[in-house]
Design a binder for this molecule. Structure first.
Ligand SMILES: [Zn+2]
Length: 166
């Protein structure tokens, strides 16, 4: 299981809508394993989307355990936000944009639907960091990044030396 190279902004793959996955092939299964390994090996990282490792497919992995006790490792295929409520502003970072963080408004409570790694329908209703992480990663598969969601690039984006978070 190799570690995957992280794709950085402004690589075009990060701006493209990813393709849905119709068949959980051995290649997709291997990609899931490699993404999990890559996420856990990256300091403070709680989520990863396939376009961030060079694959334009609708696949995300999340584990916010380091920040909050929630559902542990989640693998979602073709995930979509069904609804969200209770908006909240939180500072976010991204492995694909390692030198910056931003104040982003997100829903604090969401319902997300997709498939699990076996291809079975899956849904999760959750709150807090896990809800915010899900929205951040679902944005990635839709070609969006957190800088698209800040109110102002001059007052809500901050430079930093080290990366972390989602
Ligand atoms: Zn990100």
């Amino acid at each position: 299981m190799p570690m995957l190279a992280i794709t950085h902004y402004p690589d075009a793959i990060l701006r493209r809508k990813s393709a849905p996955i119709h068949h959980i092939s051995p290649a997709i299964n291997a990609l899931v394993d490699d993404m999990i390994k890559t996420m856990y090996a990256s300091p403070k990282t709680i989520g990863l989307a396939a376009p961030q490792v060079g694959h334009s497919v609708q696949l995300i992995v999340i584990d916010v355990s380091a920040r909050e006790k929630k559902h542990g490792l989640l693998v979602l295929i073709n995930p979509a936000l069904v609804w969200g409520k209770d908006e909240k502003i939180l500072r976010e970072g991204c492995l694909s944009l390692p030198d910056y963080t931003g104040n982003v408004t997100r829903y604090n409570h969401v319902l997300v639907r997709g498939l699990d790694r076996g291809g079975a329908p899956f849904q999760i209703e959750t709150e807090g960091i896990e809800a915010i992480c899900l929205q951040h990663e679902i944005d990635h598969i839709n070609g969006m990044m957190f800088i698209d969601r800040v109110s102002s690039l001059t007052t809500d984006v901050f430079r930093r030396k080290r990366y972390g978070k989602v």
